[in-house]
Design a protein around this ligand. Sequence first.
Ligand code: C2E
Ligand code: CA
Ligand code: CA
Ligand code: CA
Length: 278
Amino acid sequence: AKKSGGNRVERYCAQMNEEAVHRLEMDSYLRKAVEKNELFLCYQPIVNVRTGAVIATEALIRWRNPQLGLVRPDEFIPLAEETGWIHEIGRWVLQTACQQTKRWQEMTGNDKLAIFVNVSAVQFQHERFVDDVKRALKQSNLSPSCLHLELTEHSMLRHLSSTMRTLDELRRLGVGIAVDDFGSGYSSFHYLKQLPATILKIDRAFIEHLHANASDAAIVSAMITMGRGLGLETVAEGVETLEQLERLRDLQCSYAQGYALCPPLMAEEVTPYVAGQQ
Ligand code: C2E
Ligand code: CA
Ligand code: CA
Ligand code: CA
């Protein structure tokens, strides 16, 4: 028998093996997740900082599998990107989120209510991506101006020239482009200037200590000012306390999202928020 622990390489291999097996298992379940109705969306309200009105929600995917339990998107989205399943999943997300938003608009009479949909880099690079967006809008009858696609800066800077073409095409459709997790990567003002983005989503790492840390406050303030100068709206992510919300109001941040306002919830639970009853 092997000595307990083994050497470093053995341990490393054993761990790799376990991970590989787990990924294979997850992959086999993920392939059936759409048809088996195991995927669902939660929605998190995005709120006007000044008025408190819910102007939009962000769709956040969830996967509940009988064998694996609830799997976090951070775990299965990278796998879906590797295997290519992200395209089918992404199409389902777009369609479901647009339909739900149209339903809310009809329910509340607010035809400005918007939806933010996360798009992975791989999904975005697919030649059919713009067609997928068009189809989701057509099938849901949602106005393009109510759809905002969230992409990280990193994913937009991959294959920059083809990305630009796709972004321009989406903008011509009237769809909004939000830079997700802004400030978390290698932000380059040179590229930001070129991107036809409409919204900056300030990464929650800068919001976390906003009320206590002068540097973070200075950075958030600068991001908001720069956004305004570039004609971009700003959304602060991960707002967990009322102090943070107050600071954001002082800094004239347009929109906020976070546990302090509302966590991601099932569509039915979000309805009172979008109807202005919460
Ligand atoms: P993200 O786009 O940056 O989404 C924000 C994450 O922060 C979400 O985690 C949300 O539940 C969480 N969050 C919201 N408010 C707060 C807060 O006040 N404090 C803290 N600490 N966290 C907060 P979630 O739902 O686990 O999603 C993780 C990531 O998975 C997302 O990060 C996004 O990159 C990706 N993702 C989620 N849904 C989709 C999807 O439909 N498609 C794709 N491609 N990626 C998705
Ligand atoms: Ca996002
Ligand atoms: Ca984010
Ligand atoms: Ca993120």
